[in-house]
Write a protein that binds this ligand. Sequence first.
Ligand code: DGT
Ligand code: CA
Ligand code: CA
Ligand code: ZN
Length: 582
Amino acid sequence: MKNQELSKIFFEMADYLEIEGVDFKPYAYRKVALSLDNWKEDVGEIYRSKGIKGLQEIPGVGEGIAKAIEEYLKSGKIKSLEELKKKLPLKVDELLRVESLGPKKIKVLYRELGVKDLKDLGKAAKAHKISPLFGFGEKTEQNILQGLEFLKRSKGRFLLGDIMPTVKIIEESLRARKEIKEVSVAGSVRRQKETIGDIDILVVSENPKKTADFFVSLPEVEKIWAEGSTKCSVRLKAGFDVDLRMVKRESFGSALQYFTGSKEHNISTRKIAIEKGLKLSEYGVFEGNPSTGSGRARQIAGATEEDVYKAIGLSFVAPEMREDDGEIQAVLNGSLPVLIKQKDIKGDLHCHTVASDGKDSIEEMVRSAMDLGYEYVGISDHTKFLGVTNGLDEKEILKQHKKIEELNAKFKKQNLKFRVLHGCEADIMLDGSLNAKDEILEKLDYVIASVHSGMKMEKKKMTARIIKAIKNRNVDIFGHPTGRLIGKRDEYQMDFDKILEVAKENGTILEINSSPLRLDLNGFNIRRAKTHGLKMIINTDSHNKEQLNLMEYGIGQAHRGWAEKADIINTLSVEKLLEFFK
Ligand code: DGT
Ligand code: CA
Ligand code: CA
Ligand code: ZN
């Protein structure tokens, strides 16, 4: 499938064009890149069966872009992009990962200082060559140094959300093979860690040689590190490495347990096995130890993970909890949580529409929410703010309110048990007030309050700012509470425990934002919030209808945070939910 590859190329194209100072086109390329990333049908297939015309049925693809896709499918490259790269020999994607560097700044840095990559950038910043440049200054130079430091810490790791689509494709290709009897993802992907070093996949194959040949010749593969009958290791074109392990059927469960990790969890489980006179390895659970002369080791478990845990006296531990952070004690003292399930979720309350910075209409968002089997969806566009987001002013909110009331009336008439809730995402201003009037907020079903500006505020001020906002009686939900962007931007400086206390007193609900760029709250903070007795809500922060599917990432973090159904309020019926907001 070439969709993801092309998506990446068009994002790159947009970046280069932006650096070149070209108007509009970057926007068009990004739009197509997004469409392609979500498009279910293989672009190559579409082109083969329906040609250029077929390509133009994909949203955002006009004639020009369709031709570019054709060129790429035929030749494996796009000439205009190659030319741009020759003209600006920069590692654009690398430089763009530095928070506070955009295309415009990158261009200036290249023209003035010859900065081509992160190494050049670091040198220039340390030598204080950046601050004198027009439009930069001391602060930007400091931010660049901080951004570089941050990148160093997250080096070589990928976002879970960038990896998952590829994982699913590869998993499916393997599952479709006749000789393959079992397939499971393992490692940090299975544990839903927010960043991933490499992908680990386990299979049981009746013909390992055939499976190995098939795997290393997948179209996604760029380079083969190793190819054997028990393990293959490859680099994908998308930039990630994948380890495929082929194991015996009777060892599948123990191998899965071993390669799911974490290493620390494994050390603890092995210790427990030893205390019971057993041996736990990737091959199984064994009793009797040949080295002490007590006879031949006999395998007592290994085919399934459940059996493996049972054999060593434990019950099954959810993969997301296997971090050696109290989960074994929880099993032993019978306090293992019953984790929330995706099917417990009854609705999504953080959705943007075309009215602010979203891509789809209320109706389209509603239809997709219905398709997901939800009972309600909440529309929460930005409120008016004199800044980057184009929010709704009072008149527009009231107009939207009327539209939503009409939709609900229509559903009622049709005897449809579906409700559209009307909320908003208000900005928490620098002084902790909101950018919307109380008398408007009062009319809404709920209000999400989020910080979108002044994110580098000093700790005391930031804490006071947020506390003031969550004390506002119209605020129900605190959106993406720590403000971090994974691998890009740290959490706000704030006294988070204090904020959690105030949130508890005020009945504020904390958001688990499922956007793969955020995952905020993450597992760690979810557990912390749970300890404070707080309720949370898992939202997607969708800016188009496809993004409603991102809920799975929020669920993954909820699992890492040991959250149960009762901790999460969008498992409630709409009536109970509205009661809650009151
Ligand atoms: P990653 O890839 O860095 O995101 O993290 P993981 O957890 O996927 O780590 P990886 O790919 O190196 O190994 C997969 C699993 O295999 C790991 O979670 C636990 C297991 N494993 C690997 N090496 C060791 C080891 O030296 N000791 C133990 N006990 N387990 C190991
Ligand atoms: Ca891994
Ligand atoms: Ca690995
Ligand atoms: Zn939002």
